[in-house]
Write a protein of this length. Structure first.
Length: 253
């Protein structure tokens, strides 16, 4: 993936706390036990932003030895830390405190004036990387770390030139994505590689973080949470999945 130098904001997007110094790739003991032990089988398989503090030392070591992290996710089932960099994706074993694999991203382009590409994990442990320029994903297998490109067909607005700046899976395995610049929401079917736009009650401009808590609406449909700086919004997905109501509320814990 080819990035234009100086344009991508080199920040950790989803970190909740500052990261402290430690020995290279030395995470605190809590990183090896607390996250998997305190989350029930009904909880999500990724660690939420507010639970990221135990992994700060590992991220600090990554930045000292490799490059700045754009995004990161924790796979609590397999005890792995996934870090998205400018040209590679890095996979760390949290317990052993070492790099398992560095996966090179294929050639591509990105915009530096919108949300950075994102990283999301499915229940199999596979990682999905977005492009913030094109409607495209890259999938990295959890077993052999092979990478493949996935072109996403937009069922509505096919002539729009969009890329995805935020990704999140809901409990049933469906992937949702926010566009990097226009604030629209899309529901992606990874079986058919087609995406349907979810008509929002208001656009989510400059919103680079999308999460899916376990909580659902009273009708049993997903709630998504969007974050733009210090502004928090909830998106209640309608039963037919074609629309979503945006409210100024914090994400449920």
């Amino acid at each position: 993936m080819k990035y234009r130098s100086g344009l991508i904001p080199l920040v950790v997007i989803v970190a909740a706390t500052s990261i402290g110094c430690s020995d290279p790739l030395s995470a605190p003991a809590s990183a090896r036990s607390e996250a998997p032990a305190t989350r029930s089988s009904k909880d999500r398989y990724e660690v939420a932003a507010q639970d990221m503090a135990p992994y700060g030392a590992l991220l600090k070591a990554h930045e000292q030895g490799e490059q700045r992290a754009l995004r990161f996710k924790v796979d609590v089932v397999r005890n792995r830390l996934w870090v998205l960099g400018l040209k590679h994706v890095y996979v760390y074993d949290i317990t052993a405190k070492h790099l398992i694999r560095r996966v090179a991203l294929p050639n591509g382009s990105t915009a530096g004036f919108v949300c950075s590409p994102d990283l999301a994990l499915d229940r199999s442990g596979a990682a999905f990387i977005s492009s913030n320029v094109e409607s495209k994903l890259w999938k990295i297998d959890a077993e052999d770390f092979g990478i493949q490109a996935q072109e996403i067909t937009l069922r509505a607005g096919a002539n729009r030139d969009i890329g995805f700046g935020a990704l999140t899976f809901v409990e049933d395995g469906v992937l949702y994505a926010l566009t990097a610049h226009e604030g629209s929401l899309w529901r992606i079917d990874l079986t058919t590689l087609r995406a349907n736009e979810v008509a929002l009650s208001e656009r989510l401009l400059n919103t680079c973080i999308l999460t899916a808590p376990v909580q659902r609406t009273q009708s049993g449909f997903p709630i998504l949470c969007a974050t733009a700086g210090k502004q928090f919004r909830q998106i209640a997905i309608a039963p037919d999945f074609t629309s979503g109501h945006v409210a100024n509320k914090k994400c449920p814990s």
